[in-house]
Write a protein that binds this ligand. Structure first.
Ligand code: ZN
Length: 489
């Protein structure tokens, strides 16, 4: 195991803490996955990529990571509340499909998009509908402990009682008394004793298709319950990291904390991590705003707002250019800039085997490797890692231009920096569409030969036109002692 200097910003304590696993070398990590009722979009890409990098880096450090990510295929009602139709059942009704057909269809689509984004598969992908018994056991435990009540066949968590003995709102900072005073009064006809209470089990209305027998009613589990049941089943009553998008902090994760505390009789999660949200052209992404773009639309460019298709690696690179705790804004300009930067790194990497070694070095390449490690150790600071990789690319280009000398060992180290950080840890991979370097080199040789020939024929207009046109697509020609060289600007 490598020396551990990893620090994680814990949402729970609001501090950067040295990462000390509960039971090293094992690390348990749980991340809330998608509710599978629609096509995967940018909002799915960010947490998947962020926690993929966490997963990859922990493994790089030598930990044995069990990464559990769930698929919500039951119990997530509209508006994330305890009322309304189940999101998957609604889609099934509209499309005249069996709910599990809907879940399968969109899970398959999600998996295909994640594979395209080079997101590694979690160790366990757990489906809510496959863990109904485990969820019922949690409901019973909470009932037995006296922190839940049955009302008209449904079971609710008693948040007011919880708050008396434990602190409610530790994660989101919400205060129960504010929630009670700002929400509408209950009119006595409702099942809940207090508006802040949340459903552990819902009695199914007659038309509700997804239902299971239980001691309380024919019904289905509340949305928050699956993550408590499945994380406990696979990672134990105490585990290391729980991740998810910031939008899940309340009510989803706050409710998980309550359920965990009572069902497991301990504070289950040691480090809570939340990725920030994505905006498109400065606005929140939403179906009603017309800026709702699916991942497939990005990959194919088939959306009115997109000026071009953006490859999965461009999307991944763009997401990694921001720290996970910052918001990111998608725009055509920003994506094009990301694509350019990514290709610059790829082009430098491809040059490494062609570099000529010297007897001594003008630069300390090991320092770049160390800087990348330190950036990852500082709460997975991927934008800083990328900045160091651009430094490494500059070194490659300088050696190539004979402006800098490096030994064979340092050149080998440069390659290792790219292999370790760009490919293994940040999870980038070459894409044939954006970079087929062999072919690109050959094409550029051809273009440069044509220009040299034009010059030899004193056809300077053509020679200049070739240089200008290449400039417009971001390729710079340089006259050097060894002949004409080219680089991506
Ligand atoms: Zn969850």
């Amino acid at each position: 195991m490598k020396d551990n200097h990893l620090k994680i910003q814990n949402t729970l304590t609001r501090k950067k803490e040295l990462f000390e696993p509960i039971n090293p070398p094992f690390v348990g990590m749980y991340v809330c996955g998608p509710t599978v009722y629609g096509e995967p979009h940018l909002g799915h890409a960010r947490p998947a990529i962020v926690f993929d990098v966490v997963f990859r880096y922990l493994k790089y450090l030598g930990y044995k990571v069990r990464y559990v990510r769930n698929i919500t295929d039951v119990g997530h009602l509209e508006n994330d509340a305890d009322e309304g139709e189940d999101k998957i059942a609604k889609k099934a009704r509209l499309e005249q499909l069996e709910p599990m057909e809907v879940a399968q269809y969109y899970s398959d689509m999600y998996h295909a998009a994640m594979d395209a984004l080079n997101v590694q598969h979690p160790s366990i992908e757990a489906r809510a509908s496959g863990h109904i018994l485990e969820q019922m056991e949690v409901v019973q435990k909470i009932l037995d402990a006296g922190y839940a009540y049955i009302s008209n066949g449904s079971v609710y968590f008693d948040v007011v009682k919880y708050d008396k003995n434990y602190h409610y709102g530790v994660l989101s900072g919400r205060k129960l008394e504010d929630m009670l005073s700002t929400t509408r009064e209950l009119d006595g006809q409702e099942e809940k004793h207090n508006t802040a209470d949340f459903a552990l089990w819902k009695k199914a209305a007659p038309e509700h298709i997804m239902r299971w027998h239980s001691p309380w009613s024919d019904g289905f589990p509340g949305w928050h319950l699956e993550c408590t049941a499945m994380s406990t089943k696979y990672l134990g009553s105490r585990f290391d990291i729980h991740g998810g998008g910031m939008d899940l902090m309340f009510p989803h994760h706050e409710s998980e904390i309550c359920q965990n505390r009572i069902a497991n009789n301990t504070d289950t999660v040691k480090y809570w991590m939340h990725n920030n949200m994505i905006t498109i052209d400065g606005k929140k992404m939403g179906k009603s705003l017309g800026n709702f773009i699916t991942l497939n639309e990005f990959f194919t460019g088939s959306h009115a707002m997109l000026k071009a298709a953006y490859s999965p690696m461009t999307i991944r690179f763009f997401i990694l250019q921001a720290h996970y705790s910052s918001t990111i804004d998608f725009s055509n300009e920003a994506l094009q800039a990301a694509e350019k930067g990514m290709n610059k790194l790829f082009a430098a990497y491809a040059l490494i085997p062609k570099l000529q070694a010297s007897d001594s070095s003008d630069e300390n390449v090991n320092a770049v490797f160390t800087a990348c490690r330190e950036a990852m150790d500082d709460d997975f600071n991927t934008p800083i890692v990328l900045a160091h990789l651009f430094d490494a690319a500059r070194l490659v280009n300088s050696v190539n231009d004979k402006q800098l000398r490096l030994t064979q060992e340092d050149i080998r180290m440069l390659k290792q920096i790219f292999d370790t950080f760009l490919f293994d840890i940040l999870g980038m991979r070459y894409e044939s569409a954006s970079v087929s370097l062999g072919m690109e080199d050959k094409l550029m040789e051809l273009v440069i030969a044509l220009r040299t020939q034009a010059k030899a024929n004193k056809d300077y207009a053509t020679a200049d036109a070739i240089r200008d046109m290449l400039g417009k697509i971001g390729i710079l020609l340089k006259d050097t002692k060894e002949g004409v060289k080219w680089e991506v600007k």
